[in-house]
Every structure is written in C-alpha cells, then in structure tokens.
Design a binder for this molecule. Structure first.
Ligand SMILES: Cc1cc2nc3c(=O)[nH]c(=O)nc-3n(C[C@H](O)[C@H](O)[C@H](O)COP(=O)(O)OP(=O)(O)OC[C@H]3O[C@@H](n4cnc5c(N)ncnc54)[C@H](O)[C@@H]3O)c2cc1C
Length: 550
C-alpha cells in the first residue's frame, strides 16, 4: 500500500478543521494512503505536446482503460468471449478504483466500497459472478449465500441521546414525545409512496433494466427535498434518515439528488417500512473485512501481467481501424503507445471527455450535467475495544442520529463507522480498525478544494473529534489514522441526469470505443459498475468477432 506520508503527531497544533484546542499531544500515527492525486492531475496540467515521445509501441487484442469494477468487468467479459491479449491500464498502483482495500496491523479494512446487497432478480451479472466465485448456490431450489460473507448480526445500530438502538431508522419511542405521532404517520405515508412508486418494474438494479416512464421523468426533474416538501413529509427524524440514505449511496443529500434517486434507493431494493410493519427494513448484505476489494481482487487476478498499474492514459485517438492509446507509465517513467481494434473506456465521464481527441457531443453534454462528490475515508486502528453506551452492541455499521445535521452537512458530513473485525469469528472484542465515512458532496468544488488543501493532521483530528463525541475513550486507544481522499468519487444523480438522452446514448454499442463506468447509470454502486463493464466488454467482443469473420 502506498503511503504518501507517515507521521507521528506531536505537539498541540491542530488545524482549523478539527476546531478543538487540545491539551494533550495526540499520539497516533498515520498518513494519506491509496490515491496518487498528482497522477490524475497530470492530465490537467500537461498539454498533449508536453509528454515525451513513446519509448514503447505495442498492439493488443483489446484495451480497457480504468481498472475499477467496470473496467475489470469489461476485461472479464472480453476474455470470456474468447478474446486473447486483453490489456487493462490503471492509473493507481492497485486495481479496484473505489473498491480498493487496505490493512493495518494485519487487520484488513476497506478504502472505499464495503458491501454488496444480495442481488435482486435483474442483477444477472452480479448473480453470475457470485456463483462463479462460490458465494451463491442453489440447494434443492433454494438460493443459499456463503455464511461467512453474509453480514453477521448485529448489522446496524443508531446512537440517540446516549443510547444505541437496533437498526438505522430512528425509532419512534426514542423521539421527543411531541414528534412521535406525526413521525409515525409520516413514516407510513412515505412507505406507501415508495410502494406505489415500485409498481410495474419502474425501479430495478441495474437501472437500465427498469421501465422508464413520464412519472419517473417528473421525479427526475426535481430534487428529492422539493418532492418531500410537496408531499408534506417534513418530520425531522424522517428527513434526517432520508438525507442520511442519500449521502450514503450518492455522496450528496436530499437537497442535491433527484426525487428519482431518493425513491430509487428504497424502491429498487427493500422498500421503506415503518416500525410495526411485518417486513424488515434491512437488506441482507455481503461484506468482507477489506470491503468490496475482496471482489475487485478476484476480478483482477486472472489478468496477471496484462493488468498495467501505474498507467496514466492521457490520450485516446480513434482511427479508421485502430484506436491509439497514449499513456504515461509511472512505474518505468516513460511514455508508451498502445493500439487495439477495440477499446473500452471504464473511466469517469469527465476524464473521458479530456482523453478523447474528438469527444462525441453526448459525452460533452453528459459530463457537463454530472457533478462528482468528494469523499473521505478514515481507517482508525484501536489498541483495544471501546467502552460502550447502553443499548445495542457494537455492530457492523454504527451511526449517530443528529436531527438538524442536514443543515450542517457542509461542515460535518460524517456517515458513521464500520467495524473491520465484525466478520471475524472472535468472541471477545479487542483491537480493531474502525472505518469512518465522510460524504463531502453538497458544494462539491469547495469541499474538493478543502479535501485536497487541508493537511492529513487536520482531517485526522476532525474524524477523531467526531467519533470521540460518542466514544470518549477513543483518543486514548488510537494508534493510527490512515486516510483515503477521493476528489471525484462518484457521480451525483442530480435532477435531469438519470433521464438524460446524452447518458443513454453513451451506453449504446459503438464502432471502436465503448464507454463503460458506473457514471453511465447516473449513480455509482457495484451492481451498476459490473453491469456497465460487462455490457461494454461484450459489445467490444461482438465487434471483434464480427470483424474476424469478415
Ligand atoms: C467512499 C466510497 C464508498 C462506497 N461504498 C460502496 C459500497 O459500499 N457498495 C457499493 O456497491 N458501492 C460503493 N461505492 C460506489 C463505487 O464507486 C462502486 O461500487 C464501484 O467501485 C465503481 O466502479 P467504477 O469502475 O464504475 O468506477 P471507479 O472505481 O471510479 O474506477 C475508475 C478507475 O479508472 C482509473 N482511472 C482514472 N483515470 C485514469 C486514467 N487517465 N488512466 C488510467 N486509469 C484511470 C481510476 O484510478 C479508477 O481505478 C462507494 C464509493 C466510494 C467512493
């Protein structure tokens, strides 16, 4: 794991972000990990003529640019279709993109994506992959998942006023007495609205398999917050929870994402269930200590030397029969020129728009519509288990309820933390790694500048201060804070994006350059990235097969 900086903090200074005057010198180490920000910025800073002449020229059967889930899925689809010599170029030192992992003191932990819900019937690519990896099988007609991978109980808990409650939806009896009756009524009304919206396969994962309609287009044209206001769904507990869900899946809150996205979160999966409903609010989920990096590494494994990490692609030129890919090999410190009859671009769309010599109009339009939320992920190594408030025990996902926080998300956008040792089978709690997630969408450009501008010590201090509010003994047990920052982590499904004709056009089969990446689904989750990559890889393979037959 690359480590841009490793520091043992000493002294009292902490940056304005943390906002606290420390009396004790903090005694934890850590640093930035995972992302070589300067490599991505090379694309912006160096003009086309600023790169050295290629020291190597090679031809490949097919090329995939981007080694995230979508790129790895595209390479898998090409290989499974019998295409030899598929090469994948990835800018970072490890494949996986937003689904990479880390380890501290021998304990595996995520750097980004950390779970995959058990797939619904439309997610056929996910079902196929899980079966191939031995995580899903049929036993006498009943679908069974690997028990070690299904998230163990207790799955989630919510901290309210000094007490931990089971589940993440604020329970009615934990709310102020004056709010209870109205909140319950609004929970039920929202549940009914989700059920009504779900009819007729309007929502599915992947979204490409849902049935688009004028009703969905109307939802897509407004923010989720505006839609909730119009329905008079304004109970603080409901609004806090819905905002939390949006920030968790989309990196931005209800005031930024569309009403389509807000409803999709529930309608495409488990629905929304008011307390007392027979159905459970929770999806069974698959998870690993290192998060979805477990899946990314299995997808990357078969590529071996055909996976080129440290490969910064800076230009893609489409010729009559060949596509030329120019890249900077950061490991060998040299320029390379590769070519292939088919290329899959499994990259965020704003990057693709920079690489293509002649970007199609649909690409320019879609990239302009699509903001990307920055994220911060902190892995905190603790020497011992934390003391606990009464109520639900330490769970896989642990969140603090603070009504009114949505109005403060720009200053304190924490989503809670995940326990990396949750899936271990140890019976006595002990040293662990807690992974804290901060979604910094909202005012993304300002947050991005802050994320890249403030030092590690300031962000580490802010995370520690945030967690110490419910775990006052955390600073004393803290040994290390490793931080991963994502300037442009995921596309935010803002109004107009999901229904945009430009986005749809980019997912079509193209002559030589296919577009993949989760961005094409308007929002980013494993299922969408796997679908987009598999679709694009299969399209490239079909084109190659057809040209070979000619
Ligand atoms: C903090 C965080 C938590 C998340 N949690 C979850 C979760 O729990 N479950 C879930 O399903 N999803 C989660 N997601 C969503 C996640 O984005 C998707 O699951 C999935 O990993 C996206 O894959 P992708 O291939 O579409 O994109 P990316 O991961 O963005 O992959 C694109 C790849 O292209 C590479 N690249 C970029 N530019 C270049 C270049 N010029 N040359 C070469 N390579 C380049 C990048 O380095 C990257 O590896 C999370 C995302 C984040 C940021």
């Amino acid at each position: 794991m690359n480590r841009a900086r490793r520091t043992l903090l000493a002294g009292t200074a902490l940056a304005p972000l943390a906002g606290c005057a420390r009396t004790q010198p903090p005694a934890y180490g850590g640093g930035w990990v995972g992302a070589k920000v300067e490599r991505g910025h090379l694309l912006r800073e160096r003009k086309a003529g600023g790169w050295p002449a290629p020291a190597l020229q090679r031809r490949a059967g097919a090329i995939v640019v981007g080694g995230g889930i979508s790129g790895l899925a595209a390479a898998r689809a090409l290989t499974r279709a019998g295409i030899d010599d598929v090469h994948v170029f990835e800018l970072e030192d490890e494949a996986g993109g937003n689904s990479r992992g880390h380890a501290i003191a021998g304990m595996r932990c995520p750097l980004g994506a950390h779970y995959l819900p058990v797939p619904g019937e439309h997610a056929v690519e996910v079902i196929e992959l899980l079966e191939a990896l031995g995580l899903r099988r049929s036993e006498r007609g009943v679908v069974v998942y690997d028990e070690l991978t299904l998230c163990h109980s207790p799955q989630e808990r919510l901290h309210i006023g000094g007490f931990w409650h089971d589940g993440l939806l604020p329970p009615i009896d934990a709310l102020p007495a004056a709010e209870r009756a109205e909140t319950l009524a609004q929970y039920r009304r929202f549940g009914s609205a989700v059920m009504a919206a779900s009819a007729g396969e309007a929502f599915a994962i992947p979204t490409a398999r849902a049935r688009w309609s004028p009703v969905l287009a109307t939802l897509d044209a407004q923010t989720f917050a505006a839609w909730l206001d119009a329905q008079q769904l304004n109970a603080p507990a409901l609004r806090w929870y819905l905002d939390y869900c949006c920030r968790d899946d989309y990196g931005s809150g209800a005031r930024q994402v569309s009403a389509w996205a807000g409803l999709h979160y529930f309608a495409s999966r488990h629905g929304f269930h008011a307390p007392g409903d027979a159905a459970d609010e929770r999806d069974p989920v698959l998870t690993w200590p290192e998060g979805n990096a477990w899946l990314a590494r299995r997808l990357a494994e078969p590529l071996r030397e055909r996976l080129h990490t440290g490969g910064v692609v800076w230009r893609v030129g489409e010729g009559r029969d060949e596509v030329v890919v120019d890249l900077w090999n950061a490991r060998a410190q040299r320029s390379e020129r590769w070519s292939a009859p088919q290329v899959v671009l499994a990259l965020p769309l704003f990057v693709v728009a920079r690489l293509l010599a002649a970007p199609p109009a649909a690409l320019t339009q879609a990239a302009a519509l699509m903001p990307h939320a920055p994220w911060l992920v902190g892995n905190l190594h603790l020497s011992d288990a934390l003391a606990e408030h009464p109520g639900a025990p330490l769970s896989w996902d642990n969140v603090v309820y603070e009504p009114g926080r949505q109005s403060r998300i720009d200053t304190s956008p924490t989503l809670g933390y995940v326990d990396a040792m949750h899936q271990s089978t140890r019976s006595i709690p002990g040293p662990t790694v807690l992974t804290s997630y901060w979604a910094l969408g909202g005012d993304s450009p300002a947050q991005r500048a802050r994320l890249l501008g403030e030092p590690w010590s300031a962000w580490a201090g802010a995370i520690v201060q945030d967690l110490a509010r419910v775990h006052p003994d955390l600073p004393a047990k803290l040994k290390q804070v490793d931080l991963m920052r994502y300037g442009h982590a995921m596309s935010v499904p803002v109004p107009g994006l999901r229904g945009s004709a430009a986005l749809r056009a980019l997912a079509e089969d193209r002559p030589r350059v296919q577009f993949a990446h989760g961005d094409l689904s308007a929002y980013s989750v494993f299922e969408e990235a796997l679908y987009q990559g598999t679709r694009a890889g299969a399209a490239a393979a079909r084109r190659l097969g057809a040209s070979r037959r000619r």
